[in-house]
Write a protein that binds this ligand. Structure first.
Ligand code: URA
Length: 231
């Protein structure tokens, strides 16, 4: 990276550490200035900003070419729990944040049911640009974004990862299973050289189509609530 870019990056980091972290990743005009400022390590902010830049520089990607915004993350980077979805939809593409549409509203309700919110979870997706017509990202696209996702997990270093839906599960657990077989259990997943308690559950968009499956999600959510008490 050139000296110029490095200087620019350092200035940005100084600036971002003076203001609310969420502003970095927020292009909404809602009143975020009044939120309590989390005390996030400068190193983490720097690494997240770097990762975001690297993703924005991805070349030859059809997803990126068709999308309006890079959708990086939302929530608290110091959270013990990181939630990973599939990829941005139309609302997320427009706003630049994950899970802001109907599925996101359901996710917020699910989190609320176990006393969590975006203030104490961190949310991202497998791919950071919207797949056209809300299709699933292809295996090739998933493989392209996987190193960035792993780096993202490494930077956040959560104690718990919640994988929502089969795209996130198949990518992180390197399997071809279906959620119904894998949910309701804890797995230990190794990313870099640390171990993360991992649980998979139904994607909120699926729950909107199949509300009778919410009872299973509730079991998974309660497992997370219990785990959080112990770690
Ligand atoms: N579905 C996802 O998987 N991610 C989002 O951000 C929105 C919908």
């Amino acid at each position: 990276m050139s000296k110029n870019i490095n200087n620019k990056l350092n200035k940005l980091i100084k600036y971002y550490s003076l203001i609310n972290y969420n502003l970095i990743f927020n292009n909404k005009s809602i009143n975020r200035y009044n939120q309590k400022q989390p005390n996030i390590k400068k190193e983490k902010v720097k690494n997240l900003q770097k990762l975001r830049e690297q993703i924005s520089e991805i070349k030859n990607c059809k997803l990126k070419e068709n999308a309006s915004n890079l959708v990086f993350s939302d929530g608290n980077p110091d959270s013990k729990i990181m939630i990973i979805g599939e990829g941005p939809g139309a609302n997320e593409d427009k706003e630049g944040f994950p899970f802001v549409g109907r599925a996101g509203q359901l996710l917020d309700k699910m989190l609320h049911a176990i006393n969590l919110s975006r203030k104490n979870v961190y949310i991202t997706n497998v791919v950071n640009y919207r797949p056209p017509e809300n299709r699933k990202p292809t295996d090739k696209e998933v493989q392209k974004y996987l190193p960035y996702l792993k780096k993202h997990i490494e930077i956040i270093s959560p104690k718990i990862v919640l994988l929502l839906g089969s795209t996130a599960m198949n990518a992180i657990m390197q399997n071809t299973e279906v959620i119904s077989k894998m949910r309701g259990k804890w797995f230990e997943v190794h990313i870099s050289n640390f171990k993360i308690y991992t649980i998979v559950s139904f994607h909120p968009a699926y729950l909107l189509r199949q509300p009778d499956q919410k009872k299973f999600s509730w079991i998974d959510l309660k497992m997370i609530r219990e785990k959080l008490k112990k770690i």
